[in-house]
Design a protein around this ligand. Sequence first.
Ligand code: 5GP
Length: 212
Amino acid sequence: MQQHDRGILIVISGPSGAGKGTICKALVEKNENLFISVSATTRNPRVGEVEGINYYFISREEFLKRVENDDFLEWAEVYGNYYGTPKSTVDQMLDQGINVILEIDIQGALKVKENAKDGVFVFILPPSMEELKQRIIKRGSETQESLMTRFKSAYQEINYVSKYNYAVVNDTVEEAVMKIESIILAEKCRVDRIKETIIESKEGLIHEQLYD
Ligand code: 5GP
């Protein structure tokens, strides 16, 4: 059965330090047909972050202009900065049959959920809260104040796991990647996604039977 499906939109969220970034990076390195959407943000680049790879770093003014132009699929204010998902790139990729990952916060994910009913929502959980704390501290890129904000929101954010379709505990990156690959594979086989293909193929069969 030949399939020319639209790509799947995979939304990945989870508290700071749960390891979303590392998992997403490993996922795209392993899977050709996967694209991570690059968000626009008004936050300053961290050491090692590259324009157009990690984020598009733009001013607040530019960001708000793009909000007015309806350029974002969703956007949110997170820890005092704006973050938004560029709509046109995501649509183009999905149309080409490429699966697109959005690594975004919970507010953004809930907005996407309202509009993209066929999206797949995955929540990344840390192995434990203590481990999460250690990971945030180890990252070392935050000020003391920002660390406290991220800890506090991490505790609150975990309650939102019930709004997602899948929960993946990040014990090891390899296992978490394998679980998400399995989720994508299973989603590809869902009858409601391949209904049209099944109908087409059934018509093909009837056609063949008639002319045999
Ligand atoms: P960070 O500053 O650590 O890169 O990201 C902070 C938070 O913003 C993370 O939870 C990240 O998933 C989220 N984020 C990144 N890009 C976007 C986006 O385009 N939209 C939304 N809503 N959240 C985003």
